[in-house]
Design a protein around this ligand. Structure first.
Ligand SMILES: [Zn+2]
Length: 349
């Protein structure tokens, strides 16, 4: 969006200035597939542009093709055309989308940053705030303002400081001889591995996303802060009004507790048990917070004597009343005119 006219309003000028950030929230709902561009537009999932995730060169003459170009004459996705260019996880997402058909309505634009697809200033603001991950002060503030049990605040603070005693960190401090993850034994146990990338951890996240109706939108960054910050500032209400950032923080904490139980006490918890704990904690915490919330104070009750007030000199007031009786279909009304001395009174009927 390019704005060069000097006559445009200041509001429009500001909207255009941040459009590059806001456009990440625009998502297409596929109908006949003739508007949304297959590689360049976001239509598979929130924040996913197939051009950015393609694992090979996209033929130049395909780049601007719309979605309906990649459908067979029989109405199925033409997998042989594009499946070799797209990673498996996005293939699964495409598979879950009904292929476009000429009998369907035109493709429509949705706001992907809200659960119902409608635009709200709050969700737009949250989307822009995600770009401030490089701002140290903002990151720390998001940790201390995180809404949930205080001990989890402290845990999040440790994560961002890189002070979680994972096996990699224990090795670095000469406290352990192995840096391997004891849950999967596949990889080094970094903070990102134990909280996000371990196969067991992925099971828990998938279930949490499923139950909360949240799309996984955080970048697959190798920097812990770039992964954790967008989630900590995401105050989308996802489950009975509970914020996503709260569920996210509690999930990280539950995963770390589960890891410690396994490593130090040889106790195993299934992914389903961990998820149950997460939602039980979340529910109990918010019930406790709401039950101890201070009720708004009511204004003090005052008594006012109601009586007739005489009008100013040379003015006349009129007081009226009326009644209606439905049984007899009769009605009556009357009034009283009075001046400031109430001496020149007379009734109207
Ligand atoms: Zn692992």
């Amino acid at each position: 969006m390019d704005v060069k006219k000097s006559t445009c309003s200041s509001l429009w000028r500001e909207v255009s200035a941040c459009w590059s950030k806001l456009s990440n929230g625009v998502q297409w709902s596929i109908g006949n597939g003739r508007k949304a561009r297959f590689w360049l537009d976001c239509w598979v999932a929130e924040g996913i542009f197939l051009q950015e995730v393609a694992n090979d060169f996209i033929p130049q003459d395909w780049l601007h093709q719309t979605v309906d170009f990649f459908v067979t004459p029989s109405g199925d996705w033409n997998w042989s055309m594009f499946s070799y260019l797209i990673p498996e996880q996005y293939i699964l997402l495409i598979n879950a989308i009904l292929p476009p058909h000429q009998s369907y309505d035109s493709d429509s634009v949705l706001w992907g940053s809200s659960p119902d697809g409608s635009f709200t200033l709050k969700s737009a603001y949250a989307l822009i705030r995600k770009d401030f991950a490089s701002d140290n002060a903002t990151v720390w503030r998001s940790v201390w303002r995180w809404f949930g049990p205080f001990r989890v605040n402290s845990f999040l603070w440790l994560i961002i400081h890189g002070r979680l005693l994972t096996n990699v960190e224990r090795c670095r401090r000469h406290l352990s001889s192995s840096s391997a993850c004891q849950l999967c034994s596949y990889c080094d146990e970094t903070t990102l591995h134990v909280l996000r990338d371990c196969p067991f951890t992925a099971l828990v996240w998938n279930r949490v996303f499923q139950l909360s109706g949240k799309n996984y939108s955080a970048p697959d960054s190798l920097v812990i802060r770039d992964w954790i910050f967008p989630n900590l500032v995401d105050d989308t209400a996802v489950l009975d009004g509970v914020y996503w950032c709260s569920i996210f923080g509690l999930t990280c904490w539950a995963l770390w507790k589960r890891r410690n139980f396994f490593v130090f006490r040889a106790k195993e918890q299934s992914a389903e048990e961990v998820v149950q704990h997460i939602f039980a904690w979340t529910k109990n915490h918010f019930i406790a917070v709401n039950s101890t919330a201070v009720a708004p104070s009511r204004p003090a009750r005052s008594f006012t004597q109601v009586s007739w007030v005489s009008p100013r000199p040379s003015w006349i007031t009129i007081n009226t009343d009326g009644a209606y009786k439905s049984a007899s279909c009769s009605a009556s009304a009357g009034g009283l005119l009075q001046d400031s001395n109430a001496v020149d009174s007379r009734f109207l009927t």
